[in-house]
Design a protein around this ligand. Structure first.
Ligand SMILES: Cc1cc2nc3c(=O)[nH]c(=O)nc-3n(C[C@H](O)[C@H](O)[C@H](O)COP(=O)(O)O)c2cc1C
Length: 348
């Protein structure tokens, strides 16, 4: 758009100048208008405040006009004292503007706290009368009898999304959010990138069939590499990914073009080669082997919680895993169940 703007505006200036000189001096008026708009466009291209204006000089300004036309939510609530007597009317009218950190929807469970920094939210209760007695920051302690480092986990966390599927900024912002909000970010199966580590938010390290970040040159699971990363203080739990709702039976493909030296270093693979994540694990094959593998991971991770993620297709398969757990008396510390409805995610 910027290049087109420069070409078209220059062409228009030359054209109107020629017409004004050789045809009719009235064209100078049009030339003046074009010069003003061109100046505005060049200003838009060099300013750094509004990206839409930088990318779409002059035309990007239409955005501000459109914003005026957008729907506005008129909302207020009555603030009351502890006995329920109304004391104040608080106006919370908002415009749909996510990019400007304003609400774009009217959430029913979460809302921006007008007094404190951040969000307030309500947790369901079967006895919502004694509001003050309720636990407003419910967490779940994850870790069973074999776990040496139980983790107090928020009930609100960031789903598995890999660096590579998401940009550096996205990964880093989510981790920053996790740090502020006291919750955890799941790395996704693409391994632990520097962007997961910069902000210091808690991590759940996910390991998929590609064993990215803990794989040998032949693509198999590597204990030493696993241990190095599992012991990072930011890694609070390890999640073995068995399957994902959006990719039934598929595994994944990292195309050579996306396999940059940076991605390759994070994932322990060779840059600019196509790397497949098989649809199944090579480190184990049966429910019994899965359960033993979980135990092995937990030991290698010095007792940090280890769980697995799956999308359940055949109930019998899950029951077999449960039977293996009971028979061996070895249990995962948590199980993440992904919906089978397909959902989002980088599917082939
Ligand atoms: C960009 C993107 C990348 C994802 N990458 C992974 C992944 O690496 N591992 C995984 O188990 N799930 C991955 N998922 C799936 C999510 O973790 C989650 O299971 C899925 O989005 C369904 O949950 P939702 O309904 O809360 O979105 C990804 C999803 C998205 C949108």
């Amino acid at each position: 758009m910027r290049r087109s703007f420069i070409i078209v505006s220059t062409a228009l200036i030359l054209l109107t100048l020629t017409l004004a000189i050789y045809l009719n001096p009235n064209w100078f008026v049009i030339l003046g208008v074009i010069l003003v708009l061109t100046g505005l466009g060049y200003y838009d291209m060099v300013q750094t405040k509004h990206s839409i204006m930088r990318i779409y000089p002059v035309f990007g300004r239409l955005r501000f006009l459109m914003e005026e036309l957008r729907p506005k939510i008129y909302q207020y609530f009555i603030e009351s004292d502890i006995d329920g007597r109304p004391i104040n009317r608080v106006d919370r009218s908002t415009i749909y503007q996510r990019a400007k950190k304003e609400n774009d929807t009217m959430p029913f469970g979460t809302q921006l706290d007008v007094y404190a920094e951040g969000y307030e939210w309500m947790c369901h209760s079967i006895a919502p009368k004694n509001f003050k007695l309720l636990d407003h920051n419910p967490r779940v302690m994850i870790g069973n009898k074999d776990c040496q480092q139980p983790y107090s986990c928020s009930i609100y966390n960031v789903s598995a999304m890999s660096y590579g599927a998401l940009s550096p900024n996205a990964v880093e912002s989510m981790n920053g959010g996790a740090k502020i909000g006291g919750f955890a970010q799941n790395t996704g199966e693409g391994g632990i990138s520097p962007y997961h580590l910069r902000q210091g938010g808690d991590l759940i390290w996910q390991i998929g069939t590609g064993y990215f970040g803990c794989r040998s040159a032949d693509g198999n699971f590597n204990e030493e590499l696993f241990r190095q990363k599992a012991l990072l203080p930011q890694v609070k739990m390890i999640e073995l990914k068995i399957s994902q709702g959006a990719k039934p039976g598929h595994g994944g493909i990292l195309p050579a073009a996306k396999n940059t030296p940076e991605i390759a270093a994070i994932r322990n693979i060779t840059p600019y080669t196509e790397v497949d994540s098989p649809p199944y694990h090579t480190a184990f094959g049966t429910p019994r082997e899965l359960v033993y593998f979980i135990q092995r991971l937990r030991v290698l991770a010095d007792g940090k919680p280890v769980g697995f993620k799956l999308c359940i297709g055949h109930k019998s398969e899950f029951i077999s895993i449960c039977k293996a757990m009971m028979e061996l008396n070895i249990y995962p510390d948590f199980i993440t169940v992904d919906g089978a409805e397909g959902g989002t995610g980088a599917a082939p």
